[in-house]
Design a protein around this ligand. Structure first.
Ligand SMILES: Cc1cc2nc3c(=O)[nH]c(=O)nc-3n(C[C@H](O)[C@H](O)[C@H](O)COP(=O)(O)O)c2cc1C
Length: 334
């Protein structure tokens, strides 16, 4: 059984990759992910806010007496608790790259094109084999046009690509009017891979305290649908790697993502639920499925249910919509 795949130009022994999350917060955690069977590890993100926070603190130290430090603290109240500044992050990348045999992928999370993008170069120098960019932006300013928002994303990609030689993947938002065109523009502007999709942590309301509260829930398998659709549509149409992230809980989701056309399938929630060793369970599940269905290699599976390959490509589009609605059955409908 040949499980090998290529992601961002890197040869991986199989497609199951640990996506950015808390399990990679320590060297011990990263080693457990490697021992647990992950083919590569994307480290948790270094956030633009952390970098700015550290820089503001540094400015204060060389500019004693100014009010700016107190001010800057109030800008980033939550960031104080992260405890992972750029130096610690770069050290972790360095140690992990030196002591692991699997590729270590750094992750930068931000939105402006100033200051923080230089850390891409440092992450490369620390030994990361590739870099994932999580560009997370809520355009709450309702005067901003879609094109302006898109340009912000693209500017970051161009800036980072101009700074590093290692491959760069963009962890994409699903909230663009034309996801396909935006994917193409990311690739035109230098992205070597796309990770579909970023999962935003949308706030909830606490109705007792009448406060807006953060809400982080681990994913469910039904969440694969949106990335699955777009990986199937984009497969074979772009000159870049595709990775799936969201909703992997068992080998079934891994198989579906590969059949849609993913080069790598990432997981965080499942590893948080079952432990770092669960990557191996996912690979075993995949292997068993391939055996049952007589697939000899992951390459043979990849994209075989993409839009370009299926007998009915309209199944991915509006044409199928009415059929789906009509298929719904309930005893309450008479
Ligand atoms: C607790 C937690 C922390 C995460 N931290 C990051 C992060 O630092 N950077 C990032 O790009 N994604 C982060 N993610 C998102 C995951 O990498 C992943 O894309 C998302 O959880 C969807 O995949 P899943 O369904 O396998 O969990 C985090 C997810 C969780 C649950």
């Amino acid at each position: 059984m040949d499980l090998k795949t290529t992601y961002l130009g890197m040869d991986l022994k199989h497609p199951v990759v640990a996506s950015a999350g808390p399990l990679s917060a320590t060297l011990d955690g990263i080693k457990r992910l490697e021992d647990g069977g992950a083919a590569a590890v994307v480290l948790f993100s270094l956030f633009e806010e952390q970098i700015r926070y550290e820089n503001e603190s540094f400015d204060y130290l060389i500019d004693q007496g100014a009010d700016r430090f107190a001010e800057s603290l109030s800008y980033f109240p939550a960031v104080e608790d992260y405890h992972v500044g750029p130096e610690k992050y770069l050290n972790l990348v360095r140690q992990a790259s030196e002591s692991c045999d699997i590729p270590i992928i750094g992750s930068l999370n931000g939105i402006s094109d100033k200051g923080w993008t230089e850390y891409a170069k440092d992450i490369q120098s620390a030994g990361a084999r590739a870099l994932e960019l999580n560009i997370f932006y809520i355009p709450a300013d309702i005067s901003l046009s879609g094109r302006e928002v898109e340009e912000r994303y693209l500017q970051v990609v161009r800036k980072v690509k101009g700074a590093v030689a290692i491959p760069v993947a963009v962890k994409m938002s699903p909230f663009f009017s034309s996801i396909g065109e935006m994917a193409r523009r990311f690739v035109d502007d230098g992205a070597d891979g796309l990770v579909l999709f970023n999962r935003f942590y949308q706030p909830d309301f606490d109705l007792d305290a009448l406060e807006v509260m953060p809400n982080l829930e681990l994913s469910a398998p039904s969440e694969i649908r949106l990335p699955l659709l777009w990986i199937a549509v984009l497969h074979g149409r772009l000159n870049c790697s595709l990775a799936a992230t969201r909703g992997v809980q068992t080998g079934t989701e891994v198989v579906k993502y590969l059949m849609a056309g993913a080069d790598a399938v990432m997981t965080t929630s499942a590893l948080l639920r079952h432990g770092a060793g669960y990557a191996k369970t996912l690979v075993d599940d995949l292997e068993r499925w391939m055996e049952r269905r007589d697939y000899a290699s992951v390459a043979q599976m990849k994209g075989s249910m993409s839009q370009q390959k299926v007998a009915d490509p309209s199944a991915f589009e509006r044409a199928n919509y009415i059929k789906v609605l009509e298929s719904y059955k309930t005893p309450y409908l008479v």
